[in-house]
Design a protein around this ligand. Structure first.
Ligand code: ADP
Length: 497
């Protein structure tokens, strides 16, 4: 059992909606907050909500959000006694967790040892192998010579995935379809890995071409007891990045759920896990394979919170204080929750990022609806960071009702000033393969490879455009508008400010 150590002021080494999420949990717990932010994040909701703000560096992430010293010093300068890393950035960096502890602060997350054991993809696979967990067939050896890697890829049989050992977020990952591509793609993965993660070590996996992504939320309390909070399905992915997530998966039988849940708890227990983490699996033809463990809060944690009635961020903070024990003998999910990630991007132009000042922002509140956002009217979406600007989460009694609710909620949500992927999310939710729950991780590639196609403007809209072109009656349409912007309010390039 950990020693009790009350947190009075928590520093947040993050930005955007997750920073807001952490501030809200702190407000409820009576904890003050210090936002450790970059120069580019003054116009943001978290900046306005935090008790204190400390600018830790310039806009580029290397100068601020990825700078360990700047974050630790910022927390100390702000009088914090703990740091929450959120997700992304330094959240899975064992050196950061260690530096925080060395500075006499509490790290809201697992120990540096647990991060090294489970967060490192190769260490995690080795531990999983010992525990007898099923792994995707592959090569994770020390010999990193090109000849060896190519011969291992041949042995596994194409298609093969090459992945950065230290990677994440889909970076440093390449799909090799045949031997002709092997050399170039392995070298490119090594280069990308070195520049993004400081290590060129890679490993190989057989590519599972009709798999579902299923993950289990795990949690280790202050006594060291690890439980799982059931599963999420995140098969809707673009370039290996999740877009829509659900809890729980419609694809699991009770037996599979039990086996996968037990495997997730087994690996987390072996890694002496404390706090919130996620064990990711691929599921294909009724068989599951461990993919990796994420040693942090996950972007999609709200769907688990909605079906289980738990608060994972509060539980994380209480665990870090040595103050959290599971009281319920067991948990069981109720109803169905779906999350859609709202990105500032133009879905009609292959998803290119969209930046600028936000105009009107409106989310239609209602029962079973939750909006996690970091930016409001007047705030700026810059090109420095991930383009995710909000998450829309819904809960309903059944999956079909949750889908119906999500479509309506997205249709009624308004974000002006930047393009968003809201129309794209709506089309995905309406797709028969999504509705019947059979989608695999190749769903987007197979159905929406190029994003959305522009629909033709209606006759009225066409006549307004032509009238505007002729200098006719005043219509407030920008002359640079693309044809699709005439049909969707989400895609209008004019600004309401
Ligand atoms: P990252 O840590 O970069 O997110 P992951 O290993 O978690 O990488 O994989 C991300 C996604 O890439 C998975 O959800 C899946 O869609 C795809 N993927 C990864 N490994 C495989 C594999 N062996 N076969 C098929 N798809 C895979």
């Amino acid at each position: 059992m950990d020693k009790l150590k009350k947190i009075n002021r928590l520093a947040i080494a993050n930005r955007g909606e997750v920073a807001v999420r952490i501030i809200k949990a702190c407000e409820e717990l009576g904890i003050e907050t210090v936002l450790l932010h970059s120069e580019a994040d003054i116009l943001s909701r978290a900046y306005r909500m935090a008790t204190k703000r400390i600018c830790i560096g310039g806009a580029p992430v290397a100068q601020s959000y990825l700078n360990i010293t700047a974050n630790v010093q910022g927390a100390i300068a702000g009088g914090a006694d703990a740091i929450h890393p959120g997700f992304g950035f330094l959240s899975e960096n064992a050196d950061f967790a260690e530096a925080v502890i060395k500075a006499g602060l509490i790290f809201v997350g697992p120990s540096a040892e647990a991060i090294r054991a489970l967060g490192d993809k190769i260490n995690c696979k080795k531990l999983a192998e010992k525990a007898g967990l099923p792994l995707v067939p592959g090569y994770k050896g020390e010999d990193q010579s090109l000849t060896r890697l190519i011969s291992e890829a041949e042995k596994i049989g194409y298609p093969v995935i090459v992945k950065a050992a230290a990677g994440g977020g889909g970076r440093g990952m390449k799909l090799i379809k045949n031997s002709a591509e092997a050399k170039e793609l392995i070298e490119s993965a090594q280069r990308e890995s070195l520049s993004a993660f400081g290590s060129s070590q890679v490993f190989l996996e057989k590519y599972l071409d009709r798999a579902k992504h299923i993950e289990f939320q795990i949690f280790g309390d202050s006594s060291g007891r690890v439980v799982h909070f059931f599963d999420r399905e995140c098969s809707v992915q673009r370039r290996h990045q999740k877009i829509i997530e659900e809890a729980v998966s419609a694809a699991l039988t009770p037996e599979l759920r039990q086996q996968m849940g037990e495997s997730a708890v087994a690996i987390a227990t072996l890694g002496k896990y404390k706090g919130a983490g996620t064990v990711e699996f691929l599921l294909q033809d009724g068989k599951f394979y461990l993919l990796e463990v994420n040693t942090r809060l996950q972007v999609e944690h709200p769907v688990t919170e909605m079906v289980l009635g738990v608060d994972l961020v509060k539980a994380q903070i209480l665990t870090a204080q040595g103050d959290f024990l599971f009281s319920a003998p067991s948990f069981s999910p109720r109803g169905h929750a779906i999350e859609g990630r709202v990105y500032a991007e133009n879905s009609y132009q292959g998803g290119i990022p969209s930046t600028g000042l936000l105009g009107h922002v409106f989310f239609p509140e209602g029962p079973g609806r939750r909006f996690e956002y970091g930016f409001e009217a007047g705030d700026e979406i810059t090109s420095f960071y991930d383009p995710m600007i909000a998450k829309v989460i819904v809960w309903d009694e059944s999956r079909s009702r949750a889908i119906q609710k999500m479509i309506k909620v997205l249709q009624d949500s308004v974000i002006f000033g930047v393009h968003t992927n809201i129309p794209y999310l709506i089309e995905i939710l309406k797709h028969p393969e999504f509705i019947n729950g059979t989608m695999t991780t190749r769903f987007i590639e197979n159905n929406f490879a190029e994003g959305l196609k522009a629909a033709k403007p209606s006759e009225l809209e066409q006549s307004l455009i032509e009238s505007a072109r002729r200098g006719g009656p005043a219509v407030t349409l920008s002359s640079s508008r693309s044809p699709e912007s005439a049909v969707s309010p989400w895609n209008r390039p004019w600004r309401l400010l």
